[in-house]
Design a protein around this ligand. Structure first.
Ligand SMILES: [Zn+2]
Length: 399
């Protein structure tokens, strides 16, 4: 198939709106669709016929379990298509296939350095996703799109990394265009923490509008869900809290060239350096977590709690700025959640304004390592099928 890089054709007016109402459970009858969409009864019927014919919506009398809903109720059918997904980190990449509800059919974690550059890395990724299709016996015709997260700032509209500090050779590389061409499907690319935030929000915290997702791994980043949508900022750099300066550490040089960045004192990488005398050479974040959980080493537990306090200091400012309902802590270090979250809570509740912390919850990610690929799938579903992310007008290859 020829690559599809032209601007998207608008779907039949209202179709995506109806699908979104059904997908999110806000409407499950024709009457509700008419009332909530503002479309006429005949338009709703016509659009609905199309959605039923494409299998994206199923009616209650079609033999599916309806969970006690009355016959004729309309339900989104997450099995009507699949998304190829990848959550690429600095040293590990999570690849897989998910259905349209974010349910992961295949998920696999591979050690692979993103620093090898885009050509080699993406060739490997494309081959891996192709293998997943075969392993899962998924009909390629049912693939609706490709969703990828990258560990650096991304210009989401174009699907290109922007000056990513740990990804040499990737600056401006047309990642989304390349993937759209390879798979002849729409491809969307975002920052890895943003897709984790999206996955966690949609599947675990959809009831709140404002949420912060903090990834603590080799580095530290934050995804901002504001008003129910990912807030990316003017240049795709919103939430890059790892390089906020924290007081008292002007002797620590950060990988970005500045001194005393949060990431250089409180990330998994920083903890590995602080505990280097008791860890294996070239210890990874997983070694730090292992040592904290099983090493019977009070000094390690104290170091993680201290890292939590430093992160909490930065988050306290964000809480006063954004007034979130919930802060979710994810990334590999969140596996050592007790000392880490204890440190974060200690400082956030002490330093933030009482009104902002009154009902604030600070909790561990419930999706753990799946958050990224789930979010990558839902990013594609929301943009390609239901147009929820309509501001992303020129998603590469959108049909
Ligand atoms: Zn820095």
């Amino acid at each position: 198939m020829a690559p599809k890089n032209s601007a998207p054709h608008p779907p039949d007016a209202g179709t995506s709106q109806l699908l979104e109402l059904i997908r999110t459970g806000r409407a499950s009858t024709r009457q509700e669709l008419v009332r909530m969409s503002g479309l006429s009864r005949s338009t709703v019927s016509q659009r609905l016929e199309g959605l039923l014919a494409r299998g994206l919506v199923i009616a209650g009398d079609q033999g599916e379990s309806m969970g006690g809903r009355p016959p004729g109720s309309l339900l989104f059918n997450p099995k009507a298509g699949f998304v190829l997904v990848a959550d690429c980190g600095a040293s590990q990449t999570h690849t897989g296939i998910a259905d349209l509800g974010g349910d992961v059919l295949i998920g696999e974690i591979t050690d692979r350095a993103i620093a090898e550059g885009p050509e080699g890395f993406l060739a490997w990724l494309e081959a891996r996703l192709d293998e997943h299709l075969r392993e899962a016996s998924v009909d390629p015709a049912l693939v609706r799109g490709v969703g990828v997260g990258l560990p650096g700032p991304v210009e989401h509209r174009k699907g290109r990394p922007v000056s990513p500090p740990i990804m040499p050779g990737w600056d401006g590389y047309p990642v989304a265009e390349r993937l759209a061409e390879t798979f002849s499907r729409p491809a969307l690319v975002d920052n890895d923490v943003n897709i984790m935030a999206l996955g966690e929000h949609r599947l675990a915290h959809n009831e709140v509008r404002d949420m912060l997702f903090v990834k603590v791994g080799t580095g530290i980043g934050c995804g901002l869900v504001l008003g129910g949508n990912i807030h990316r900022g003017a240049h795709g750099a919103a939430g890059d809290i790892g390089h906020i300066h924290v007081p008292g550490h002007d002797d620590v040089l950060c990988s970005c060239g500045n001194i005393g960045c949060l990431e250089s004192v409180a990330s998994g990488g920083a903890l590995a350096a602080q505990l280097s005398d008791v860890l294996p050479r070239d210890a990874k974040v997983s070694d730090v977590v292992d040592h904290v959980l099983h090493g019977d080493d009070p000094r390690a537990v104290a170091a993680v709690r201290n890292a939590g306090r430093e992160i909490g200091g930065v988050l306290a400012g964000l809480v006063n700025t954004c007034d979130p309902d919930v802060i979710v802590i994810g990334g590999q270090m969140a596996l050592a959640d007790r000392p880490l979250i204890a440190g974060i809570r200690e400082i956030v509740y002490r330093r933030s304004l009482p009104l902002a912390t009154h009902n604030l919850r600070i909790i561990k990610s419930s999706l753990d390592e799946r958050a990224g690929i789930v979010g990558a799938a839902l990013m594609v579903v929301e943009r390609v099928l239901t147009d929820r992310g309509a501001s992303v007008a020129d998603a590469a290859g959108a049909p």
